[in-house]
Structures are given as C-alpha cells and as structure tokens.
Ligand binder design. Structure first.
Ligand code: XMP
Length: 323
C-alpha cells in the first residue's frame, strides 16, 4: 500500500545501501524536485551530503532566502551557496536575444556549479561518488528509462584532480509523480512555500525581461512579481492556476498620467495559465477583482511601471513564457 511514510522509509533504506559511507552532492534549484530529493538523501545519509545552490541573481523575491534559511532549517542539510549574481549580469550585459540569454545563463550555470563541485571534491573526507538528481517518473518515461552516471570535466585549472570525474546518480524520486513528490516533501517537513511552489524556469527572470537584463530591471520585475503572487495567494487562487509568469516589457514604453504628471514607463504583462503538463495551456479566467487589485498595486508601488496588461493567448500558439 502506497503511503508517503512507506515511500520515505523505502527510499531512505535504498539511499543508504547505495551510497554506503561515501559522499554525495546535490544541486538545489529552488524548485520542488531538487529540494525533496535533497531532503530525502539528507534524511538517509546526513552530513555525507553537501548541497550546492548557485544564486544567479535571477530568482524571484525571497526565493534565495527560502533555500538558504527555510530549507536548511527544515532539513539540517549542509549547503554551499555560490553568489554569482555579478558574473551572470556581466555575462548578460548588452544581450537581448532570448536564445542567446538562455545559452549564456545555461553556460555560466554549469561553470559555476562545476567549480563548486570541484571545491567540494577537494575537501577532506570520504570519496564524493554520487550526484543526487530530482528526476521524476514522467522524466524517466520520456527519456527511455535508463539510470546513469554524470561526468564533470575539470576545465577550470584546479590542480590535482583527474580530468574527468564520474558520479553515480542517486534519483530517489524516479517512481513518483509531481503530486506525490509534494506529499513526500510535506512528510519530510519542508516549508509549504517550497513544497507548493509553481514551475519556474531555470533561466529565471532573465527570460521574463523582454530586452536587456540589468539589475535595476530585475529589481523592478521582482517587486511586480511579488505583488502578483501575494494577491493570487490572498485570493486563494494558487491551486487553480498552473503558474503566472510576470513579464517586464523593458524595451517598450507607453505614455501614462499619474499624480499631476505625464509618465513614460514600461508595461508589465500578467500571464496566468491553466495547464495539466505545460505542453498545452489556456489563459486563466482570473476574477476581475483580483486582476484589478494586482494592476492597481503594481502601478502604485513599482516605479517606472505605468501599465499592466493581461495575456489572453492559449498555448499553442503562445508559449507560457515570453522568451
Ligand atoms: P513554455 O514557455 O515552453 O514553457 O510554454 C513550458 C514550461 O516550462 C517552463 N520553462 C522552463 N523550465 N528551464 C526550465 O526548467 C527552462 O529553460 C524553461 N523554459 C520554460 C515554463 O515555466 C513552463 O512551466
């Protein structure tokens, strides 16, 4: 019989058997899957696990703190946080093309993550032989089912290490669907904000700014996004929508009037969608009251934003994200 308690017990035993007295590392993304996988492995092997979180500066308001404080408080996991905001912003300077932004963010992410891994490998202690991944059952089915290994190549001139290190994968969520993962996370005592988090793209807010990504624009978008999330939660709509990207049209300006003056600011787009699996989606028919509240608050509270627009496109033809 399937209960979350059984799943946790079985997985803890399996992880202990697999890892033995070696060490494991796990990359945290801020998302549900990696957090639950890490929490399970932490329960199984404690301080033999080191978690790595790359702060690329493209997270939403409060999300990095959630990992740094709440995840660590709930699990007791050993966490290395790499503050790489400047590196990512420097690499993104002057770039507006969506695909190029994605490539740059992906590339920098791998470099920073591998550098952190190499530093952990160099610490004293048992061999680091395992890499934890939050692979879910649907991912296993999609990719044909094999379990595997992962390589890291030491192209960072860190001396004294072999050229190519191979990790065995630990994937404790391979038999679970998303809703089961959330239940397991809850059972493990992870905070609600992590367990119920909606999908968020790896490149983060970097692909929710149409135009060049700068610190000022990110801060502005973070404020607008936080207001939208707060009002959706307050209205009890979190479970009704799949996700609600909030997008800054940084290259667009429109005329407005505020107080006694003319403004010339940027629009914010709300993109609430309903979906089963993100392959297709429909725009969510949110209550007008909630939309009105979000619009009023964003235009009042976020400087330089003088217009809020609603995206009423289904997928297809529109993707969920704008970039
Ligand atoms: P689209 O925009 O393709 O998005 O309709 C479908 C779902 O995938 C998420 N998404 C990403 N997730 N890395 C991710 O981990 C990415 O690069 C990425 N791009 C889009 C998006 O938020 C939606 O849930």
């Amino acid at each position: 019989n399937w209960t979350t308690t059984n799943v946790v017990e079985e997985q803890v035993a399996a992880i202990r058997a697999q890892v033995g007295d070696k060490r494991a590392i796990c990359g945290l993304s801020g998302g549900v899957d990696s957090a639950v996988a890490a929490a399970l492995v932490q329960k199984a092997i404690g301080s033999q696990l080191t978690c790595v979180y790359v702060d690329h500066g493209l997270m939403r308001k409060g999300e990095t703190e959630q990992v740094e404080k709440d995840f660590v408080a709930a699990t007791g996991a050993k966490l290395v946080v790499v503050d790489a905001e400047k590196r990512f912003l420097d690499a993104l300077a002057g770039v507006s093309d969506p695909e190029q932004k994605r490539k740059i963010i992906g590339r920098e992410f791998i470099r920073v993550f591998e550098q952190a891994q190499l530093e952990i490998l160099q610490e004293d202690g048992p061999e680091v032989a395992f890499l934890v991944q939050g692979t879910l059952y649907p991912d296993v089915v999609e990719s044909g089912g094999g379990t595997g290994t992962a390589n890291i190549k030491s192209h960072h001139n860190v001396g004294g290490l072999p050229d190519d290190i191979e990790f065995e994968l630990v994937e404790p969520l391979r038999q679970l669907f998303k809703d089961e993962v959330r239940m397991v996370g809850q059972e493990l005592g992870l905070p609600e904000e992590i367990v119920q988090r909606q999908p968020f793209p790896g490149p983060g807010l970097g692909i929710r700014i149409v135009g060049e990504v700068t610190k000022e624009r990110l801060d502005l978008l973070r404020d607008a996004d936080a207001i939208a999330r707060e009002e959706l939660t307050r209205a009890g709509l979190d479970r009704d929508i799949w996700q609600c990207p909030v997008v800054l049209l940084a290259d667009v300006r429109s005329v407005g009037v505020q107080g006694d003056g003319r403004t010339y600011g940027h629009p914010i787009v709300l993109r609430p969608v309903s979906s089963e699996d993100a392959m297709t989606a429909d725009w969510s028919r949110l209550p007008y009251e909630t939309l009105a509240k979000i619009s009023t608050r964003i235009t009042n509270e976020v400087a330089d934003v003088n217009r809020v627009v609603l995206d009423v496109t289904s997928k297809p033809p529109g993707t969920i994200e704008w970039e």
